[in-house]
Design a protein around this ligand. Structure first.
Ligand code: PMT
Length: 400
């Protein structure tokens, strides 16, 4: 298990005293731990305890001139491989669910790319309250966030029910488990996404409905899984995923050139989710074509195939292709995997309304030479998480 840089957030609750034991267990396991406490936490436990146990200064304030002069909050957000908030109070969960950044801990959660694990702890009635549950539902939809617990049982206030923080030993085991989940830790990954545009004249082009959402979600998930990611993107209206290097391209020829350069620089895994135009106009007119007759014919020539070119290299990385099909999805996809000599292919039935092209959701079946798995229907973010885990697994097995 790789040692991690863990940022432990402590919020106001009686369970805060148990977090001291959690710090001890994490240090014993070889992790670096930095502690951030909210004002509420300071009413239950002292920063000095956590400074002594972690061997690091404890941060309590967003606007701390001394700390901001050295390791500011953004650096702290970047430093963390994993944020764990234990205990996570009802108030903290509400603020996080609503995107507030009104203290150091919520600000760090907004600024970080690291996975965030929450260990809720509160009175059972507060846990069951419909507003808390609404916040929990919002947090569950967030692919960056995992909820660990709460446990059931007797509570400090005398009530019995759900709301107890998981025991430090259980939390330490969950952290160890998530450390093993860095499925692409240390891997260099190149991903293609979005459509290409093949110019006809200065104002027109051939393209398709790809939004890039699937590829961008894979890039984000791969980054979170520990990879260094280069995303080669056709023209889309999406922001660059945090921590991912995006190289913009327009045409299929540009895509091949950028992909080749990125793979030349070192690549363990190549994922082609782009919807590349198979053909381009034989020539691009220098001036806008005028309407002169009732019909016109456009001569098209075949575009280079980026995925097939990368897969055919003698030093080919592990290659994963996509296949968007409307009929005989599995047969066409497996045929593509074999013809292009891929390690895996992700088949998309794009005839299903509301899934696939330019949608937030998808459903895929992944094929590899001796197996297959179906993922979804689900959000593209969750499909990407599953896909990255599956690819990491296969990649690990291919490496022996
Ligand atoms: O972008 P979104 O709106 O989120 O939609 C996602 C998606 C539907 C575009 C995506 O999930 C998907 O299925 N992408 C593949 C689209 C496709 O039609 O692929 P294809 O069957 O034409 O090509 C097969 C594979 O070869 C693909 O991995 C493709 O990227 C690659 N290819 C194809 C042609 C070419 N010239 N170069 C390539 O690299």
């Amino acid at each position: 298990m790789a040692a991690k840089r863990i940022l432990l957030g402590i919020t106001g609750g009686i369970a805060a005293y148990k977090s001291a034991e959690l710090v001890r267990l994490l240090k014993k396991a070889g992790h670096s731990v930095r502690v951030v406490m909210t004002r509420g936490a300071e009413a239950f436990v002292t920063p000095l305890t956590f400074q002594a146990l972690s061997g690091e200064p404890v941060r309590t304030s967003l606007l701390d001139p001394e700390a901001e002069a050295g390791m500011g909050h953004i650096e702290l957000a970047k430093w963390a491989d994993q944020i764990v908030v234990a205990p996570a109070s009802a108030d903290f969960l509400a603020r996080l669910a609503n995107g507030l950044a009104d203290d150091l801990l919520t600000t760090l959660c907004c600024a970080t790319e690291a996975p965030i694990a929450l260990a809720p702890a509160m009175n059972q009635a507060m846990w069951g309250n419909h507003r808390t549950q609404r916040n929990i539902r919002l947090l569950q939809e967030d692919p960056q966030i995992s909820l660990w617990g709460p446990d059931q049982g007797e509570q400090a206030c005398g009530d019995t029910g759900p709301g107890r923080m998981l025991e430090p030993l259980v939390l330490a085991e969950l952290i160890a488990e998530s450390s093993r989940q860095g499925a692409l830790m240390g891997k260099r990954v190149v991903i293609t996404a979005g459509p290409t545009r093949e110019p006809i004249d200065p104002v027109r082009y051939i393209s398709n409905h790809s939004s890039g959402k699937m590829g961008y979600a894979i890039a984000s998930a791969a980054r979170r899984a520990g990879a260094e990611v280069v995303l080669i993107s056709g023209p889309v209206a999406l922001a660059a995923p945090a921590g991912v290097e995006v190289r913009q391209v327009i045409t299929a020829a540009d895509m091949l050139q950028q992909a080749t350069a990125a793979v030349d620089a070192g690549c363990d895994l190549f994922v082609a989710s782009a919807a590349v135009a198979d053909y381009r106009p034989e020539s691009c007119e220098a001036d806008k074509i005028k309407k002169s007759s009732e019909q016109m014919a456009l001569a098209l020539v075949r575009n280079p195939d980026t995925l097939a070119t990368i897969a055919a290299r003698p030093d080919a990385p592990f290659t994963v292709g996509f296949a968007a099909e409307t009929t005989d999805v599995a047969r066409y996809a497996v045929d593509k995997m074999q013809r292009k000599k891929l390690n895996m292919i992700v088949a998309n039935d794009v005839s299903v309304p509301g899934l696939g092209f330019n949608s937030d959701n998808n459903a895929v079946t992944v094929f590899w030479p001796d197996g297959q798995a179906s993922i979804g229907p689900d959000s593209k973010q969750r499909i990407a998480e599953h896909l990255v885990a599956l690819i990491g697994d296969r990649l690990g097995q291919a490496a022996g």
